[in-house]
Design a protein. Sequence first.
Length: 280
Amino acid sequence: MTMTLANTTIQRSLAIPNCDLNPDAPICNPTPKPPKPPQQYGTVTIPGLALLYVAGQVNAQIQDTQLHLNNLNGNTSFLRLPTTFGGGQYPFTIPKKVVDLDCGWICPDLGNANFYVNDWNLNQTQLSWQSPNFVLSLSFESSGREIKGYHTGAVDLGDDAIPDVNIDNARLDVKIQPILVNGLISYKVVDATLNGTIQATSVCNVFGVDVCNSLFDYKDMIRSTVDTQIRNRLNDPGLRQQIDAIVQPQLAQMGVPRFGTITTSSVRADGNNLVFVYPK
């Protein structure tokens, strides 16, 4: 549209919205839509007693689980499931830990300290209910030297130059959180922690380098590797079905029904009970 005022021409462009693309524009719909009501949530409570019962029943099924950790003279680590969960052996690799024995630019190359996991085996498996999670505790044997140290370099000094390491009372705790999926109780792995007492069998100072400090990093590397294997197995659809086949009838015996088609958005503890929160 062109307007003339006091010999001045002003051009004004009127933008007309496309109501097919923007039906909520005021010119298209002068009556604004009412605001959406806030999301409403419901809750479902599972008695802690029922979950303690489930943990006890599952414990009876997992005692034949085997976990072997070794990368000395070849990687032979594996996780073997009990026959109640389909059996099967799953090999995996644990990398060795290498520490560069470098004491500065004025020193010659002193080689490397190499650490290996040595024939370390699972001793006991236990599932417990610690609201709001199940905790799968994998306890390892304390006999023998779990970590072997070797020196390599221009002149290999072998086993005698590097301390071995005992890891006593080692336990990997895997937190498993129950969730509701389509009305049925399922689970997800939350995290894992590896605890244990690390004790070198000889002096940690090798050519001026404290090689034992790096072993705490190696413990985390071992934890991460085993955690990944546990997650992979627990997240396997076939294993989930087998676990469901054990857990759901136990819950039904404890009076815990299927909850329609509910899928939870969050979980919280209420004492020893578990509360599922879901959008209505």
